[in-house]
Write a new protein. Structure first.
Lengths: 360, 384
């Protein structure tokens, strides 16, 4: 008897290809089918009207509000006010300075894609922020000084977030070390600071830094409004950074500390050369997460009277020539914020996956 | 001498001593400066201002408040409003977060994608922007009172907010409260007895729907026992505005909507990661000893998932309370707006007033972290 190979039958049409996928994922049970229709109905309710408003009925050409006639979005408003959104009240002839900052920001993001060393990233970012400061404020290399009350829009948002990230980092690391320390006084000071800051909302810290901080210093010492906000935000963010780094520190095995002690490293050598690099690696996804939170929190400076990107909506839509375009303003600003935050969160996800590989 | 300095204990003490000296010097420096500045500017100190008349109006107050009330009453109104708005946002964001978190794990492709799009969209938009959007765009474009959107001639939606009938409990109120307490106690003890019986005899009873029924019906039965009936204070149009009923102001609604939508994304993620953290082997083991899908969910997956999901969720509740302070941007009268804002502008005693405001949040976060510790202790896996 000879056995012949019988070819396998193809899978039934209902369980492969598009139909199979649809059956499996959308219509596997009556309840599921109902949910699917509900889902599509929901999309139908949201997307067509929005597309109609934002694109189909929208106005893109023209230069005054008279050109916006229909019911769609009036993007002319954004076009007319784009300078405000990007630079605030920054002098028109000096716009090349913030523009350079934006271009360099793009270069920085690209560079981050190729540089794998975390320390190099931190150094590069710090250098970038110093350059931003010199460019925007001026006063060096023959650049004329531009007062901080002229700063605004997206530029200010990036400056506040960037300074907040850089300034809070060293304070956060010291606080995290302090909290992990076995010296009781150091530890209790750090814990008190961290828990106090984490227990109160940022807005109270901002009020404090704008109202109480000037009282702390002798007469004659004056702080710029922006500087006060930056101080408040940095000290606020530091407590959160400290907690994240502490999480990283806790994941380091005791053997690492003991090995560092055994080869005779001092405390700071041990922490900076052995422990911190490993802790940072673990903590980076969470750090990016907290930078997203910080970036979103920069909007709070509008409450103490700075004109960041969000504040520009109210400012520009109260222009008598362009009344009533708040909706366009908010949608535009929402998209800008969303793009930044979403990109950062995707970046943090990819980092997480990359670091996870050695644990799988 | 040098060898003493190399001693780790000595160095530790020395280092701490330096920190203390530095800290004291710093505090002394800012302390004297502050005292000097306060004197120079003629700012008063102390808490005597709390007994003086505030003289400004607050448009929403859970307790009786008038312009003749003191600053202490302003503080109380602010704290209560903070708690009220946080309460609503917490309840609603928990419900929404649960739905989205479960939908995110749904086997239905479109539902899962919708849920994840929701999360990716709203957690990446600053909460203040969301609050302002709701307030300035959505709620401001609602029709005026005379053209309200109405439901059943009793619920009205217009640019003054949402107005609903307001129940006025007479003497029956206390009966309802007693009914609620009795219902909670009954559910608690019945549940405990059922669990005990299951442990002893293996007999199961699906109590959840009955528990909900008891919670709903008991207060109603007690209400029927009461001497009088609920009177509904119906809203009605008078002139250009509504009179009567319970008004949810646009400020309140914008805050609750934005906080709910924003916080729900984080709660949904907490719930999803809790469920996903339960290892596949656990579900397989449950199936292999013959548990039904429902039993496996109730007895194996959920107890482990909840343990992981609860701490981050409670942290989000704390964030809701803290984020409610952003109400100051739209003028909802919570503690930052009325006390650290309006009242501070009038009195000018920044140190006292901002400290009091911060103390409110610190007390809340202290209570929440005590609650968390207690829950963590309760939920700790009991090992032999």
């Amino acid at each position: 008897m000879v056995y012949e190979k019988v070819n396998e039958k193809p899978a039934p049409i209902t369980s492969k290809g598009i139909i199979g996928w649809l059956r499996e994922n959308l219509f596997s049970s009556p309840l599921n089918s109902a949910m699917t229709f509900l889902g599509f109905y929901f999309l139908y309710l949201i997307i067509p009207p929005f597309v109609k408003w934002a694109i189909i009925d929208a106005h893109f050409v023209g230069n005054s509000r008279a050109d916006c006639t229909g019911t769609g979005a009036c993007w002319l408003f954004i076009k007319a006010k784009l300078d405000m959104y990007m630079y605030g009240f920054y002098p028109l002839d000096l716009h090349w300075r913030p523009n350079t900052v934006y271009v360099l920001f793009g270069v920085l993001i690209l560079a981050f894609k190729f540089i794998k060393n975390n320390m190099a990233k931190i150094v590069l970012f710090t250098l970038y922020m110093i350059l931003v400061f010199i460019l925007i404020r001026g006063g060096y290399f023959g650049l004329s000084v531009v007062d901080t009350n002229k700063w605004g829009g997206l530029m200010l948002t990036i400056i506040v977030a960037g300074v907040g990230i850089i300034a809070s980092f060293p304070i956060g690391i010291v606080l995290a070390f302090g909290r992990q320390s076995n010296l009781p006084i150091i530890k209790s000071v750090s814990v008190t600071y961290i828990e106090f800051i984490r227990g109160v909302p940022l807005i109270t810290i901002l009020f404090m830094s704008s109202v109480i901080l000037p009282l702390f210093f002798p007469e004659g010492v004056t702080f710029d409004k922006l500087l006060r906000a930056l101080i408040g935000i940095s000290f606020f963010q530091a407590a959160y950074i400290a907690e994240i780094i502490r999480g990283g520190l806790q994941s380091i095995q005791k053997g690492q500390y003991e090995a560092a002690d055994a080869i005779g490293l001092s405390y700071w050598q041990k922490m900076l050369l052995v422990i911190l690099p490993q802790a940072l690696k673990v903590a980076i996804p969470n750090l990016v997460g907290s930078f997203i939170a910080l970036f979103q929190d920069t909007t709070l400076v509008l409450i103490i009277g700075l004109f960041d990107l969000l504040a520009m909506v109210q400012l520009t839509s109260s222009d008598i020539h362009w009344l009533g375009f708040e909706k366009e303003g908010y949608v535009f600003v929402t998209i800008v914020f969303w793009v930044f935050c979403f990109a950062m969160s995707k970046y943090s996800k990819s980092l997480e996956n990359r670091f996870n590989t050695d644990l799988k | 001498m040098l060898s003493i300095l190399r001693n780790q204990k000595v160095r530790g003490i020395l280092f701490q001593l330096l920190t203390v000296i530095g800290l004291v010097a710093f505090l002394w420096y800012i302390g004297t400066n502050t005292l000097h500045n306060i004197e120079q500017r003629g700012i008063r100190t102390g808490f005597a201002f709390l007994d003086t008349t505030a003289g400004f109006a607050i448009n929403e107050s859970p307790i009786s408040y008038s312009e003749a009330s003191t600053y202490w009453t302003v503080f109380e109104v602010g704290v209560l409003n903070t708690l009220i708005v946080s309460f609503w946002a917490i309840v609603l964001s928990t419900i929404l977060g649960l739905i989205i978190g479960v939908a995110r794990l749904s086997k239905n492709w479109i539902i899962a994608k919708l849920a994840s799009a929701y999360i990716d969209t709203f957690r990446n938009i600053p909460i203040l922007l969301q609050i302002l959007f709701w307030y300035n765009v959505v709620l401001a474009t609602l029709p005026p009172p005379r053209k309200s959107i109405e439901f059943f001639n009793s619920i009205f939606i217009n640019n003054r907010g949402i107005i609903v009938p307001k129940p006025i409990f007479g003497a029956s109120g206390i009966y309802v409260v007693v009914g609620i307490i009795v219902a909670i106690l009954a559910v608690y003890f019945i549940n405990r007895w059922l669990n005990k019986r299951q442990e002893e005899t293996g007999e199961e009873f699906f109590f959840l729907p009955w528990g909900i029924l008891i919670l709903l019906v008991t207060p109603y039965l007690f209400y029927l026992l009461g001497p009088d009936k609920i009177v509904w204070n119906m809203p009605h149009l008078k002139g250009f505005n509504f009179r009567g009923g319970k008004v949810f102001s646009p400020e309140f609604l914008a805050l609750v909507f934005a906080l709910t939508i924003y916080t729900a994304t984080f709660i949904a993620e907490a719930i999803r990661s809790g469920i996903e953290a339960v290892k596949k082997g656990q579900k397989e083991a449950a199936t292999s000893i013959g548990l039904s899908p429902y039993q496996s969910l109730k007895l194996v997956v959920l107890p482990q998932a909840i343990r992981i999901a609860i701490p981050p969720t409670i942290n989000q509740y704390l964030n809701v309370v803290k984020n409610s302070s952003l109400a100051t941007a739209i003028g909802y009268p919570e503690v930052v707006t009325v006390f650290a804002g309006t009242a501070l502008n009038q009195v000018g005693q920044a140190i006292e007033m901002i400290s009091m405001t911060m103390a409110v949040y610190l007390v809340v976060s202290l209570l929440v972290s005590m609650l968390l510790n207690w829950i963590n202790h309760k939920m700790k896996i009991k090992e032999r």
